[in-house]
Write a protein that binds this ligand. Structure first.
Ligand code: TYC
Length: 114
């Protein structure tokens, strides 16, 4: 009988592949968590400014930006887009900075996807 066909209690040494099969955890590759960037409504920021920020920071065209702005205006919030964490943070920060510099209370937040 070949060495590889023997079980350890038959006297063969544990081979590397025996150890691997029995004890080593299967490395689990997980996708990085994604984050939603969310636009919040307020009573003061002009609609045109919201549209301008969505176009400048989130690469939207006029029609898409207007639709997102209108959803936030009507419902209170709207998901702008979903990104990897560092990209969501950068875009949220840049959009909030732009609003603050212009003196508007417009806010973007982010939250992890389920
Ligand atoms: N509600 C604002 C207004 O009536 C416009 C607005 C829309 C502000 C969406 C923020 O996320 C927002 N001027």
């Amino acid at each position: 009988m070949s060495l590889s066909g023997m079980t350890p209690d038959e006297g063969a040494a544990m081979t590397d592949s025996d150890i691997k099969a029995r004890t080593r955890a299967k490395p689990k590759v997980e996708r990085p968590k994604m984050y939603k960037v969310i636009l919040l409504n307020d009573d003061f920021t002009p609609r045109e400014f919201v549209v301008k920020v969505l176009k400048a920071e989130f690469g939207m065209g006029e029609d898409r930006a207007y639709a997102v702005m209108l959803t936030a205006h009507r419902k209170g919030v709207c998901v702008v887009a979903v990104y990897a964490k560092d990209i969501a943070e950068t875009k949220t920060d840049r959009a909030n900075d732009r609003a603050q510099r212009a003196g508007y209370p417009l806010r973007f937040t982010m939250e992890p996807e389920e």
